[in-house]
Design a protein around this ligand. Sequence first.
Ligand code: BTN
Length: 246
Amino acid sequence: LGHNLQHFKEVTSTQEVVHQLAKQGKPHGTVVIADKQVQGKGRMSRNWDSPKGKGIWMSILLRPELLPYQAPQLTLLAATVLAEVIAEQSSIMPQIKWPNDLLINHKKVSGILTEMQAEQDQIQYVVLGIGINVNQTESDIPEELQHKASSLQVESQQHWSIQDTIQRILQQFERTYDQFMTDGFKAVKLKWEQFGYRIGEEVTISTMKKSWQARLVGIEPDGALLARDEKGKEEKLYSAEIHWGE
Ligand code: BTN
C-alpha cells in the first residue's frame, strides 16, 4: 500500500483525484495525499474543511474482492486503524461513533468517506477517504464548530508529525486489510468494539425516513449497527445518523 503514492500541494478533493486514477486503471493501493483541499467532501454532501498543512487529507484506491454490501466494512476497518494509530502514539483513547466518526473527548477529530463504484453485483473499486484534523489549534477551528470538532493536537497537547502519522496509518491499514481479506470481518469487529462510542447507551437515531430513541447494542457480523427501541424491537441499520442529548 502506498507504493504508488502521489502527493499534491493543492487539489479540489483527493477523492476526485483517486476516482480519476481508478478510471485510468491505476492499481489497488494507490494513495493520494494533499496539503490542502479546496473542495474537501464529507458524508451527506457536506463540506470538509481541509486547511493547508493542518491535517491528513488522503484517499486510498482499493480493488477489493468483496460484494457491494460488504463495502461499509471497509469504513469500520479504516476507523479501527485510525483509532489504533492514535492510541499507540499518545495516551488518548479515541472512540468511534458508528459508522465513521473518530471522537476524542466527545469531539470529532476525523471522518471517513467511502465511495464505491459497482456494476451489477461486483465492486469495480472503492475510494476510501480519510480526513484527520491534526495540528489545528483551538483558534483554527471555526467558533460555531468548537463544541463538536477538534484536532489531535488540541486534545492530546502534543504536536503530531503528519508525515509520520500517514506512514503509520498506511502500515497498519495494510496489515489489517490483509487480515480482513484472509480471515473476514470478525477480528475487525472485535477491535471496533473496543473503541465503539455510546454502545449500550440511549441515543437518538435518524434515517431519511424517521427519527427515534433507541439503545445501541453493538455491531453485527456484517458491520451493520444493531439498535433496540423502547419496545425491545431490534433493528439492523446500514445507514443512519446518531445523536444524543438533543
Ligand atoms: C465525514 O466525516 O463526513 C467524512 C470526511 C472525509 C474527509 C476526507 S479528507 C480526504 C478525502 N477527500 C475528501 O474530499 N474527503 C475525504
